[in-house]
Design a protein around this ligand. Structure first.
Ligand code: G4P
Length: 280
């Protein structure tokens, strides 16, 4: 199946981000922990040059714990502070402040030499659609403010959320688009639900997913649905339809329905903590 697509509003969002980037010291880039490379945008290095950088492996609760560790090492080798987080539960958020201080050590030192004390770091959250930017901003602001007893202070003009005396966050995240020229990347994005399902054929998507995931986690589907392990993806969808009683007219197996069940079980983590990419 062809997974390429091209949203028209991309140029406008990129232009807005170029403006906002002028106002900040630090870029906090959210990626999906299940596929940190495919959920990045290649323009970010160009857009973010001369800025301090950090990566958050978000949705780390849905990814393989060992793979998460390997990815933290991978990005830190490139000199970027990286933290595993679950923005929904708040786990990992407490490690961010420290990572911000390390990522912005040069700026803090430069300020100190100029006699500027306590100028907060200004940060912007960026990432592709659905990676969890809004969830992160809300949980992080709440967490930082609960700890300090503050209310998130919002300054006039650009909306800054004052988290504490050393960190301010732009309240509107920068939206980036993933790289779509590559069909393999498009496919992984479709698996996690970042591409609108309505433009995809659910049975084909699920069949491609089965082939892909069984290479890495051969038993995850058969274990979860308690079915025989089978390599042929459409047979596998029929089996899922049988055990989950997905029946159409005249009791025929409805594999469109079982396809949706499978993708939903994967995306919500019920199938297990599965990573679609590992560092080379
Ligand atoms: P965006 O601003 O980047 O577009 O993403 P947003 O925060 O809207 O999050 C997209 C979906 O990802 C939401 O699910 C959100 O709950 C979920 N999410 C965000 N961070 C995490 C995380 O760390 N772990 C997990 N498991 N999920 C996360 P939704 O189904 O669209 O909404 P909801 O039903 O959860 O509210």
């Amino acid at each position: 199946m062809n997974y390429q697509w091209y949203p028209g509003h991309m140029t406008k969002a990129k232009r807005m981000m170029q403006e906002d980037i002028k106002l900040i010291d630090l870029i906090i880039e959210l990626v999906d922990a299940r596929m940190p490379l495919s959920s990045r945008n290649p323009d970010i290095n160009e857009l973010g040059k001369n800025k301090s950088r950090m990566i958050l492996l978000n949705k780390s609760d849905l990814a393989d714990a060992q793979a998460n560790k390997a990815w933290v090492e991978y990005f830190e080798k490139t000199g970027i502070q990286t933290v595993e987080v679950n923005s929904k539960s708040g786990s990992g958020l407490k490690d961010i402040q420290n990572a911000v201080s390390v990522a912005c050590a040069d700026k803090i030192e430069r300020d100190r030499r100029r006699g500027i004390l306590n100028r907060p770091v200004r940060a912007m959250v960026v990432g592709i659609p659905n990676v969890g930017k809004s969830t992160f901003i809300n949980s992080f602001a709440k967490k930082a403010c609960t700890k300090t007893g503050n209310k998130p202070g919002v300054t006039k003009g650009k909306q800054w959320i004052r988290l504490n005396k050393s960190l301010e966050l732009l309240d509107t995240p920068g939206i980036l688009w993933p790289k779509f020229e590559d069909n393999e990347i498009g496919k992984r994005l479709a698996f996690i639900g970042s591409i609108n399902d309505q433009i995809l054929y659910s049975e084909e998507l699920a069949a491609d997913f089965i082939t892909y995931i069984q290479k890495r986690y051969p038993d995850c589907i058969s274990d979860f649905y308690q079915i025989e392990n089978m390599a042929e993806p459409y047979r596998c969808l029929e089996e899922i339809a049988r055990v989950r009683r997905c029946l159409g007219k005249n009791e025929t197996l409805d594999i469109k329905k079982s396809s949706m069940i499978l993708m939903d079980d994967f995306r919500s983590g019920r199938l297990g903590r599965l990573s679609l990419e590992l560092p080379n």
